[in-house]
Design a protein around this ligand. Structure first.
Ligand SMILES: *[C@@H]1O[C@H](CO)[C@@H](O)[C@H](O)[C@H]1NC(C)=O
Ligand SMILES: *[C@@H]1O[C@H](CO)[C@@H](O)[C@H](O)[C@H]1NC(C)=O
Ligand SMILES: *[C@@H]1O[C@H](CO)[C@@H](O)[C@H](O)[C@H]1NC(C)=O
Ligand SMILES: *[C@@H]1O[C@H](CO)[C@@H](O)[C@H](O)[C@H]1NC(C)=O
Ligand SMILES: *[C@@H]1O[C@H](CO)[C@@H](O)[C@H](O)[C@H]1NC(C)=O
Length: 808
């Protein structure tokens, strides 16, 4: 007992000592007086009186380079709003900032005493530096006049009440995790219009307001020459050219900033008090690929469906870690003067760099024009009589489903290139998913710099297992729903997919009429039907009591919110308020696949094939194309919802795991799929990979072929008894080996009465069998399944046999 007390006292005093030591060690000043200095070793800072901003030496995590900077004290990652030495970081030791000399210049010196940066306050009587509550660092004289202020030399951020004037600009950082200036700028053009402009050493290109329209159409004027722009304390951004924008959380009391990000977009961010995370409450560009220069020269910005950069076919990245540097040809340019060919990329264009523009031109004539040695390719728009644009450079490339034309890339005939899969017309590329409100920082450029993000993306499956985040019962709520097609769902698909956002609890309470109409109930919570203020019908999942903390939930939602594919049930948003955790989903009209296949209805062949292909595409997207690698972990007919056109949408990411692509064997704990669809490695306690989904998919495919549930007869006690799946596979293999040409007919669902396409059926059976291989290395990847199925997608012939052949 006594020992315990002593121990306790000891720890208590130790804690006190440590905390005293700590606070003594980090000194926070309200003023930096003349003659005094701040250094990294001194661990001293200037703070604003209300402590919302801090000024001092700042280092990127894991770096020894330091910047003299101002940052938000209360944001989680100490978001920097200003740096003195943007492109010249100083050493961690021996660097200091001080107010020196007879005149009181503020000077930043490096370890060797060299002057890195200084204020232009010579010949004045500076007495002290102080940081105002607005985040403005000012130098004052003894009378209190401001002689210099950081607000006059912005970097990439404008704070509320800071004015952007005539000769000032905001310049983006070159990349995430760097303060070095990039190529994107916000400033008033010579026409008095506040603009976003890409300015690289080679090119200058205006991209906001939209250069396709004149400034009046964009709601601007150019007659007011005062050239002032300011973000006020309520979140209203306005400028002298009549530009006005409100932050979506308009009102006082919220900390905001206007930042031009490294992806070239201009955004207002609002700080969430409780989490210290930033929320985007306005942005200038809704389609990220409209930012000029975003992928550099010869790059193309695509939606996959999150925006990303790729090189024009025949070109490769100059610097694999930096899209600013663009791409270079893989061939010798002089070859373009000899024998050439043209590669068509549909729905793609390069903005600007037009050598010629010819309306009323045929495709052939346009191609002839591009024989010109200066031509790198041409765009051909099909509307009207055809429009021809001959390109001298492949710059500002973007792919857009709205673009009514194609670009034709000129390549030497000898060069072998294949089109990236994104151009093969799969649905994955079509949507721009630009969140209206999105947590954290936009991540377009994170693709090659993946490692930076993994810090806060953690094992999804494990965490989800604990909280049972998502809904198991999603499938069956449809049973209770009346038919009635919310037109907004399909019509508004584009719009809707742009709106992943955070809802507040009151909003969802209202939408669901105080959680009145229950659609389903599962282990993790209850699903309610709701109608949002904009008439969208939604499914609102209210999570049970076991859930994660606020921070994790937020982080998770940003990841899940990015997943957007036509064959995956779309998540429109979430709510995390106090103890409430809710998820808002797309409402899918038809029922789940199992209902159609096994119970109420039955599906025709075309629909079965479409479901098999769509499901494969959805899974392939999760496995191969998402920013984060996702394993579904519970692929089964109950989780495949069908929309009104029998397009499958995979639901229930409840067991999804986000994992590092480079460590596919990472462990998953405590997760189990559904018996019968679970790959053998679950039971063997082997590491779980995407191949578990391939297995589940294989079972689903075989069930669709046979029209019978193969997975539900549990053979628990009789280990030696053959499961229906194994039995079926064995039968099929035997028949195949027999070489009897009618074997397919005897396997396919007799309810189809022989009306199916033989080639497609053979392909599906072969895929099904290979997917359920015990040895997971023998199972194909979902990407290759998609490939195989697409090859026989166009088979239309449906056999009507003279004689019906039934199995059994
Ligand atoms: C020009 O813009 C400024 C700032 O928005 C405004 O104060 C001024 O009245 C405007 N001048 C004219 C002539 O509209
Ligand atoms: C911004 O909000 C104010 C006040 O709520 C409103 O008067 C104004 O029209 C809004 N402006 C825009 C561009 O939405
Ligand atoms: C956030 O915190 C600030 C300062 O503590 C407070 O004034 C403000 O009302 C808070 N805002 C919200 C939305 O809670
Ligand atoms: C490209 O080809 C031309 C003519 O064949 C040759 O002179 C030149 O050196 C080549 N350039 C490169 C970079 O290979
Ligand atoms: C395009 O060609 C058609 C017929 O050749 C002609 O009638 C029309 O005026 C032309 N349009 C333009 C814009 O030149």
């Amino acid at each position: 007992m006594r020992n315990q007390t002593l121990k306790f006292l000891y720890l208590f005093f130790l804690a006190i000592t440590l905390s005293l030591f700590h606070s003594a060690n980090s000194k926070s000043l309200l003023h930096l007086k003349r003659g005094a200095s701040i250094s990294v070793e001194g661990n001293n800072f200037i703070t604003s009186p209300d402590d919302s901003f801090t000024c001092g030496f700042y280092a990127m995590p894991g770096s020894k380079a330091y910047w003299f900077a101002i940052w938000f004290t209360n944001s989680k990652d100490k978001t920097v709003v200003w740096t003195a030495n943007r492109d010249r970081p100083v050493n961690s030791q021996g660097s200091r900032i001080s107010i020196q000399g007879a005149d009181g210049t503020m000077v930043l010196t490096d370890v060797d005493g060299s002057i890195i940066w200084q204020t232009n306050t010579r010949k004045s009587d500076v007495s002290a530096a102080e940081l105002l509550n607005t985040g403005n660092l000012v130098l004052k004289n003894p009378r209190g006049d401001i002689l210099w202020q950081s607000f006059d030399v912005p970097t990439d951020t404008l704070l509320p009440s800071q004015i952007l004037t005539k000769d000032k600009r905001l310049t983006s950082s070159s990349r995430k995790g760097s303060f070095e200036p990039g190529y994107f700028n916000l400033y008033f053009g010579s026409d008095n219009v506040l603009s976003l402009i890409y300015d690289s050493p080679d090119t200058s290109s205006l991209y906001w307001p939209n250069p396709d329209f004149d400034i009046y159409t964009s709601g601007r004027t150019n007659y007011n020459g005062s050239r002032l722009a300011v973000l006020d304390d309520t979140g209203l951004l306005q400028s002298s050219d009549h530009f006005l924008a409100n932050a979506s959380d308009k009102g006082f009391g919220i900390k905001r900033r206007l930042t031009i990000d490294h992806d070239g977009n201009l955004r207002i961010y609002s700080l969430i008090n409780s989490t210290g995370l930033w929320m985007i409450t306005w942005q200038a560009i809704s389609q990220p690929c409209q930012v000029h220069g975003v992928c550099g020269t010869n790059g193309i910005c695509v939606y996959a469906p999150t925006p990303k950069c790729i090189c024009t076919p025949g070109y490769e990245m100059n610097d694999p870690s930096d899209w600013n540097e663009g791409c270079k040809p893989t061939f010798n340019n002089t070859l373009l003067n000899t024998q050439v060919k043209f590669l068509e990329l549909s729905q793609t264009d390069y903005f600007g760099s037009d050598l010629y523009y010819k309306p009323n031109f045929t495709l052939e004539a346009c191609r002839e024009l591009c024989r010109n040695s200066l031509c790198k390719g041409f765009t051909y728009r099909t509307w009207g009589n055809g429009h021809c644009y001959v390109k001298s450079d492949l710059f500002n490339g973007f792919m857009s489903p709205d673009f009514p034309g194609s670009v034709y890339i000129k390549l030497p005939r000898s060069v072998q290139v294949s089109k990236p899969s994104i151009f093969h017309g799969s649905s994955t590329m079509c949507e721009s998913r630009e969140a209206e409100i999105l947590v954290g920082s936009p991540s377009m450029y994170d693709i090659p710099r993946r490692t930076a993000r993994w810090g806060y993306i953690y094992s999804f499956c494990g965490a989800l297992g604990a909280i049972e985040l998502l809904f198991i019962a999603l499938g069956w709520w449809f049973l209770f729903t009346k038919h009635g097609v919310p037109a907004s769902v399909e019509d508004g698909y584009r719009m809707i997919s742009n709106q992943f956002r955070r809802f507040n609890y009151a909003e969802l309470k209202k939408a669901t009429n105080n959680f009145r109409e229950e659609l389903g109930r599962g282990g993790s919570g209850v699903v309610y039907k709701g109608v949002l203020a904009d008439d969208r019908v939604v499914a609102v999942k209210r999570l049970g009591d076991v859930f994660q903390g606020q921070d994790e939930f937020w982080a998770e939602m940003t990841t899940v919110g990015k997943i957007n594919h036509i064959n995956l049930v779309r998540m429109w948003g979430f709510c995390s308020e106090g103890r409430h955790r809710l998820l808002v989903y797309e409402y899918v009209d038809n029922m789940s696949l199992d209902k159609h296949l096994f119970y109420l209805n039955f599906l025709g062949w075309k629909q079965r094939f479409a479901v098999a292909l769509g499901t494969a595409k959805g899974l392939a997207y999760l496995h191969h194309e998402c920013l984060e690698w996702v394993i579904h972990c519970d692929v089964k007919p109950e989780n495949i919802l069908l929309d009104i056109e029998f397009q499958p949408k995979i639901a229930d990411f409840g067991l999804a795991k986000l994992s590092r692509r480079d460590s596919p064997d990472s462990e998953i704990s405590r997760i189990r799929g559904t018996k019968g669809y679970m790959a053998p490695e679950w039971a063997l306690n082997h590491p779980i990979t995407a191949k578990v989904d391939v297995y589940g998919y294989g079972v689903v495919v075989l069930e669709m072929i046979k029209g019978v549930k193969l997975a539900n007869w549990v053979v628990d006690d009789a280990e030696d008894q053959e499961s229906p799946l194994k039995n079926f596979c064995r039968q099929v293999k035997e028949k195949v080996q027999c070489g009897n040409s009618s074997w397919v007919g005897s396997i396919v669902d007799p309810r189809l009465e022989g009306k199916f396409n033989r080639k497609q059926a053979e392909t599906l059976i072969a895929i099904g069998l290979s997917c359920v291989e015990e040895d997971r290395s023998k199972r194909p990847t979902m990407a290759s399944v998609v490939q195989t199925l697409m090859e026989c997608e166009d088979e239309t012939e449906i056999q009507i046999p003279d004689k019906l052949e039934f199995l059994n």
